[in-house]
Structures are given as C-alpha cells and as structure tokens.
Design a protein around this ligand. Structure first.
Ligand SMILES: [Fe+2]
Ligand SMILES: [Fe+2]
Length: 235
C-alpha cells in the first residue's frame, strides 16, 4: 500500500510476465514509471497531460502497421485496426480533457515534443519487429495508468486536489451529468484505461499463441522442407 494515499500500488488485474518478451516489456514500463514518479510526484493533472500525449501514440502506430500488413497479406484484420485507432482517439480525448484541468508548463511542452520524437520512433520499430512485445508494453502501461488514476482519485477524495467541475468536452464525450466533476471524469478515464489494458494484453496473448502454433507446425530443417513460416513481424 502507498502509505500516503492508502491506494494499492499493485495494479489490479496484473498480468504476470511469463515470456522473455513480457519481462522486457514489464521492466521497461517499470523504469518509465520510476522516472514519471520522480518528475511528477503528486502533480497528477500534469502527469495525465504529458502521459496522455504518449498514450495516444501506440494505437495509431499499431493501427497503421496492422493496416499495412492486412494490405500486404490481403487478409482480414479481425477488427484489430478499428480497435487500435479507437484507442488512439480515446487517448487523445483524455488529453483534451486534462489539458482543460492542468495547463502544461513551458518545460512540459518541450518534454512532450522530445518524448514524442523518441517514443514514436522507438515504438514504431518495436511494433515492426515485435508486435507481441509492443502490445505487452501497452498492456503494462495501462496497468500503471489505472494505478495512477486510482491515486489521483484518492487525492481528490482526500481534498488535496480540488474536485473542479468537469470540462464540457468531457461531459459530452462520456455523457456525464451536467453537474459532473473531476472525480467523475477520473472514474470514466480509469475505466477506459482498464479496457485498453485488457485489449492489449489479449492482443499480445493472441500473437504469442500464433507464434507458438507456428513454431509447432514449422518443419524440421533436417527434413529439408521449405515451410511457410510466419515471423512475428508478419503478425
Ligand atoms: Fe489515457
Ligand atoms: Fe489508455
């Protein structure tokens, strides 16, 4: 438990890392969490603004690469593209909402630009070469997002953050009551993040199963057969 807020620091529905890919994804996200905790501390509104600019990238990158893959391979995407693009749109709405609540400083705006430059390129290549790891990274990001919004909620409930009226944009988007407040917005956003968490872990699981199936079906090299092997990057 976090002694300050009384909020469990262990993410609910935590997916235990099993494969090497999972462990790399988990370690990467935990390292980023440490950096974010040091930088933002309890400035949850500012944390949300900066991190939502990052969170809105993976869905668009994944959607683009799945789209290109579906075109190349002339095969159905099983709804993945729409799901990923919807995730990107939803994350952008999180950003538009929190920008009304916390205005980023000049340094934070610079940080957003620098982070986007690095993260977009890194995530693009990660997804290109290992979509399984990329979805697992997002699954773990979203676990951390659920924890952060739970802590934010606790701060509001404890009166350490003013429970300001919800921005009109948020009321319209989540169809909240007209007298909705920040607390209602945080609950709605946290539910979205939990949905992204489950979807991305599920996508990583599906890619993992496909990879294992392909490994089982792959003919032994000693037989000299040329198998139709699907690499992870093809997924
Ligand atoms: Fe978000
Ligand atoms: Fe999310």
């Amino acid at each position: 438990m976090n002694s300050n807020s009384g909020v469990a620091l262990t993410a609910p529905n935590h997916r235990k890392p099993q494969t090497l890919s999972d462990k790399i994804a988990f370690a990467f996200v935990k390292a980023l969490r440490c950096v974010a905790d040091r930088f933002f501390a309890r400035r949850y509104g500012h944390r949300a603004v900066v991190l939502e600019t990052v969170a809105a990238v993976p869905g668009m990158v994944g959607g683009l690469l799945q789209h290109l893959s579906a075109l190349r391979r002339i095969r159905d995407d099983h709804g993945w593209i729409r799901t990923l693009l919807d995730e990107a749109e939803n994350e952008r709405m999180h950003l538009m909402t929190f920008i009304e609540i916390a205005k980023p400083s000049r340094f934070e705006r610079w940080l957003v630009m620098a982070t986007q430059f690095v993260f977009y390129n890194a995530y693009f290549f990660l997804y290109l070469f290992s979509p399984r790891t990329a979805h697992r990274v997002v699954g773990y990001f979203e676990e951390e997002a659920v924890v952060s919004y739970t802590q934010y909620l606790a701060e509001v409930d404890a009166g350490r953050h003013e429970n300001v009226p919800a921005p009109q944009l948020a009321i319209d988007y989540w169809q909240l009551p007209e007298d909705a407040r920040l607390r209602d917005v945080i609950i709605a956003v946290r539910a979205d993040e939990a949905g992204h968490r489950d979807v991305n872990h599920e996508f990583a699981d599906q890619l993992n199963r496909r990879r294992n199936d392909n490994a089982e079906q792959r003919p032994s090299p000693e037989l000299g057969a040329s198998g139709n092997t699907l690499t992870e990057a093809d997924a």
